[in-house]
Design a protein around this ligand. Structure first.
Ligand code: MN
Length: 399
């Protein structure tokens, strides 16, 4: 199997091998794969300059053939005894390296692909209309987000200031958000891009998408509620979006493919799903170390392939490093919602945590951690890692 001394149920065993960018002590950032609680320096063991880059983008641009070949070489290095001495010299403990944003984010799109989340939010934001907008089952709704404020897990998130209109008030006020929330999501990282004027079909997903990460789409609900009509999310979202440091390649997710929920009605032909396009990813959300939700990605209505097909059906170009996120992952059960606004019914039914603390929305100092696992090819689960962030107090404008 492998010369590495790893338990067979390790979430970061030989069947996973997610990619990230790390800085060894006193050295420049470079590309590595996580193995157990260590990271393998690919620039050292594979002697390929693409892995000496400070981001994954050059590797992403090489395409599926290169991705699969690299994975084969890494697996050989980690299993064949003859590579052991060289590889051991290129392994660092996770606690001695700094993890970086793994790729330079090109365009960033956030979707809204969970029927449970969209229905829950529709009931809260628009109590007098149908929970789902008329277009919802015909196309995966999304918006273009702010790629420059995508940050790696561990980066503190400053509570945003902005306009909000308090209930029963005719005029808005300015100040720190009072309803700061999370959105537990899965992100898809583009490898092979596509030129302007072309489309990526549902069946071409695996030729273009390199892998997945976890995303926390931090959301200021009071800013969002005041600003979003009619053009959608803006400053209530763009202050920070956190991503996990490890990108799990699609090659590691072969056992995770599953069917999608029943389509009703059938979407237009360009969105027809190609079969097992769902992904059986299990998420967990912790607030200050206490689990508050277990969102199931398999319950998502729209697949990652359908999102990509829709995102490019108008001829929009894509580039290596583009990121699109699924939208909040919420399952059918109350305990499976991926945001506090759903878990607390708009803040009206605060959560009581095991330590006795009570939360409607996030308080300064709160730490949110989203983690995830997927079925691995040998039966054991593989880890998606985690995306974590602490809320720092608002910085009020001066002068
Ligand atoms: Mn979102």
């Amino acid at each position: 199997m492998t010369w590495l001394d790893l338990p067979s149920d390790d979430l970061f065993g030989i069947d996973n091998l997610p990619y990230g960018v790390f800085s060894p002590p006193g050295r420049h950032p470079r590309v590595g794969v996580r193995v157990g609680e260590r990271v393998l320096d690919l620039a050292d063991v594979l002697a390929d300059p693409v892995f000496a880059e400070p981001t994954l983008n050059a590797f992403l641009a090489q395409g599926r053939g290169a991705w699969s070949a690299a994975r084969e070489r890494i697996r050989e290095v980690l299993t064949a005894e003859r590579h052991r001495a060289g590889a051991e010299a290129a392994l660092y403990r996770l606690d001695e390296v700094a993890l970086r944003l793994p790729f330079e984010v090109g365009d960033y799109v956030d979707f809204y692909a969970s029927e449970h989340h969209a229905s829950n939010l529709g009931r809260l934001f628009r109590p007098d209309s149908d929970p789902l907008p008329a277009n919802w089952k015909h196309l995966p709704i999304g918006y273009h987000g702010r790629s420059g404020t995508v940050v790696v897990s561990g980066t503190p998130v400053t509570r945003p200031c902005g306009q909000r209109r308090p209930p029963e008030s005719a005029a808005p006020v300015f100040g720190p958000s009072q309803r700061l929330d999370i959105e537990a999501e899965v992100g898809f990282v583009l490898g092979t891009g596509s030129p302007i004027g072309s489309r990526i079909g549902v069946g071409d997903f695996r030729d273009h998408v390199f892998g997945v990460c976890l995303v926390n789409d931090w959301s200021a609900r009071d800013l969002q509620a005041w600003e979003y009509v009619p053009l959608g999310p803006f400053l209530g979202k763009s202050f920070a979006t956190s991503v996990s440091p490890w990108i799990v390649p699609l090659d590691a997710l072969e056992a995770a493919w599953t069917g999608l929920p029943v389509r009703d009605p059938e979407p237009l032909p360009y969105l027809a799903d190609a079969g097992k396009d769902g992904l059986d990813l299990a998420l967990s959300v912790r607030l200050n170390g206490q689990e508050i939700s277990t969102p199931p990605f398999a319950a998502m209505y729209w697949s990652g392939a359908q999102m990509l097909a829709h995102m490019t059906v108008n001829g929009a170009a894509t580039r290596p490093g583009d990121l699109y996120a699924s939208g909040t992952v919420s399952g059918p059960a109350a305990s499976e919602a991926g945001s506090l606004i759903e878990l607390t019914h708009g803040g009206t039914r605060p959560l009581t945590l095991p330590d006795g603390s009570v939360r409607g929305f996030l308080e300064d100092g709160d730490v949110i951690t989203i983690s995830g696992t997927a079925p691995g090819r040998s039966g054991a689960r593989i880890g998606l890692g985690e995306v974590t962030g602490r809320i720092d107090p608002a910085r009020l404008p001066t002068g």
